[in-house]
Design a protein around this ligand. Sequence first.
Ligand SMILES: O=P(O)(O)OC[C@H]1O[C@](O)(COP(=O)(O)O)[C@@H](O)[C@@H]1O
Ligand SMILES: [Mg+2]
Ligand SMILES: [Mg+2]
Length: 336
Amino acid sequence: MLPKKQTLGEFIIENQHAFKYSSGELSSLLNSIRLAAKVVNHEVNKAGLVDIIGAHGDTNIQGEDQQKLDVYANDKFIQTLTRRNIVCGIASEEEDSFISINSIDENNQNKYVVLIDPLDGSSNIDVNVSVGTIFSIYRRVTPTGSPVQLEDFLQKGIEQVAAGYVVYGTSTMLVYTTGDGVNGFTLNPAIGTFYLSHPNMTFPEDGNIYSVNEGNYFDFPEGVKKYIKYCQEEEGERPYTSRYIGSLVSDFHRNMIKGGIYMYPKGSRNPNGKLRLLYECNPMAFLAEQANGYASDGYTRTMEVEPTELHQRVPFVCGSKNMVNKLEEFMQKYGE
Ligand SMILES: O=P(O)(O)OC[C@H]1O[C@](O)(COP(=O)(O)O)[C@@H](O)[C@@H]1O
Ligand SMILES: [Mg+2]
Ligand SMILES: [Mg+2]
């Protein structure tokens, strides 16, 4: 008889005491993310059958063509988070500016802000390759009782109280941390329940997978080029295996399980890299560090980077600790 797996709901309740601000609010917030993830999962799974693939027709503030699923996922997460009367503000990849949310009882006592990448890996939606959702949660820094401010969102990654992602792949998983390790839950679609399937996830300190869009190789800093050559050399454990899905969530998830490094360096086309600090890099960095991995911009710890804009981009390397340290050595030695 297989031991009964713990559901996500049970796990959240059981572990909320471990959270230093434990008041049950964060648990309800995580539960609303769980609910929205199920709704989006349902739509992702039937992409191709219903009119949910392809461009939506609008572009977001970053000049990217929004996909229909980007907009759908954005709407579902914002609706669910707003209705639950827990957050005082939301920022999203698909929203130009942050959304201030008045609490239903109008006294604005809600303490949390959420930053979200509703659909990560948008270029993979139409081709049936796994995509995800990324979220990052902070306590507001401005006093409750007043509308949320930009400074409530522009906090360093080290101030995150929780972060996670949903991967809509061969199975749908929700993986998150509240600063007490990383746990993964798999959705049983038959009954719509997430079960604890991957307790205490950790990055192997070393790995043999490197994930980077080599199509941009000519454009990379010298240090990154040298590191990629190092990965491809015949020496000891090397050459490493090249794996790049093109969905940050999916590449990160695989590398966390098997050991590996993900890189999105800067280049002339992306002078600050492509990925967004607040709702892609910081949450993945928090998860990586909580899973014994590491994340930086090649020099500075990602979670120490001082945010200046809602949609700012940063160079990003993340994964098995010894692999990221090795890349940083190459950046120190060969630079840009
Ligand atoms: O196609 P490229 O330039 O390699 O970029 C792929 C990267 O861009 C992203 O798709 C950016 O995320 P969005 O899809 O949320 O905009 C990452 O998931 C992925 O790692
Ligand atoms: Mg993304
Ligand atoms: Mg996105």
